[in-house]
Design a binder for this molecule. Structure first.
Ligand SMILES: Nc1ncnc2c1ncn2[C@@H]1O[C@H](COP(=O)(O)OP(=O)(O)O)[C@@H](O)[C@H]1O
Ligand SMILES: [Mg+2]
Length: 331
């Protein structure tokens, strides 16, 4: 657990962060959002003491971080940033092994760990370990950045706009991978972004910052439904909040058990209501058949063996799940 208690940081006369209170639970995926200059990066860097806090206290598992030795912070906290994270004149393997080397691990143990991490991130050791950062695509370089941050098996991962410089398709893919890593490894993640769709998709808890303070925090659905004020509402997308909420809700939550007509377009149950709505608009229909992941998307008519149920426009529009409830399906 990470606790920030009345944290402040001054640069000259300006408070970049002020009276900030935030508790991040173990295993939580916490995303900080807010307009540029509101203090997100400063907050993140105070957690691993790249920046010292000038007021308040930060505790990790109940211990003030001021008392932590540097190597303890290094081992326990991984840090990923956009672009400039990798050393250009070092190979991929050497970059990933940075922290273990600093911690004095034996070379064989480092080599084994590098192999393990590259496998975890889906990159072939043979192909990539001897390459230099400039020989990698943006997405590959960010994967290596994540592998490096995980090298000493930290329990906390700090990520500052790690996917900000990537094209949308690569970014989507890495977001999926990060969510899957989070489920598998159960790390506490504090992630900074100014991309609201990214924030809504990744966060267990969303923290909206403004002028160095926490303006509102909660689950993505809570904030979309009940923004505390006009600022939060507009940051979350104003009138497009309905579509953002639909993007967070899987078709499986609203589908009815029976198939609709057999010639309807199909959608996979794991897709979002936003995609279902888009498909209805595109095909100019008000109903879809819902299929399992085995069937190919938008193939018509669906193979009956793969049909799980149906979805009507009214199921999307009217069956609203109450905040905090897992499902809102009403057959
Ligand atoms: N090293 C620094 N020296 C002086 N001012 C800084 C420094 N780092 C950040 N600031 C200021 O602190 C405020 C918050 O910055 P930052 O935490 O980087 O915001 P964000 O990441 O939300 O864009 C900004 O006004 C910024 O100009
Ligand atoms: Mg920043």
């Amino acid at each position: 657990m990470i606790e920030l208690i009345n944290i402040g940081r001054q640069f000259g006369d300006v408070w970049a962060v002020r009276d900030l209170n935030l508790t991040i639970n173990k295993g939580e995926f916490c995303v900080l959002v807010g307009t540029s200059g509101c203090g997100k990066s400063t907050t993140l860097r105070m957690i691993n003491r790249l920046i010292e806090h000038s007021a308040g206290e930060i505790h990790i598992d109940g211990q003030p971080i001021r008392g932590f030795r540097e190597e303890v912070l290094r081992r326990r906290i991984g840090y990923v940033i956009q672009n400039i994270g990798l050393f250009p004149h070092w190979t991929v393997a050497r970059n990933i092994g940075l922290v273990p080397r600093l911690l004095g691990w034996k070379p064989e143990r480092i080599a084994a760990r590098v192999d393990e991490l590259m496998a975890l991130l889906g990159m072939s050791t043979e192909r990539f370990s001897g390459k230099y950062p400039r020989q990698l695509s943006g997405g590959q370089a960010q994967r290596i950045g994540v592998a490096r941050a995980l090298a000493a098996d930290p329990d906390i991962l700090l990520m500052d706009e790690p996917f900000g410089a990537l094209d949308p398709l690569t970014r989507d893919g890495l977001q999926d991978e990060l969510l899957s890593l989070h489920h598998r490894l159960n790390k506490t993640i504090v992630f900074v972004t100014h991309d609201m769709d990214e924030a809504l998709r990744l966060a267990d808890r969303l923290v909206v910052m403004h002028e160095g303070r926490v303006r509102q925090q909660g689950s993505p659905i809570e904030l979309l439904r009940e923004p505390a004020d006009d600022f939060v509402e507009s940051l979350l997308g104003g009138n497009s909040r309905g579509l953002k909420e639909a993007a967070l809700t899987p078709v499986s939550q609203r589908m009815r058990p029976a198939a609709v007509t057999s010639d309807a377009p199909v959608i996979e149950a794991t897709k979002s209501l936003r995609e279902a709505l888009s498909l209805m608009l595109w095909h100019r229909v008000d109903h879809l058949n819902v299929v399992d992941g085995v069937s190919k998307n938008t193939v018509m008519p669906a193979d009956p063996a793969h049909i799980l149920g149906g979805l009507k426009l009214a199921d999307i529009v009217t069956a609203r799940a109450p905040v905090g409830a897992p499902g809102g399906a009403q057959p």
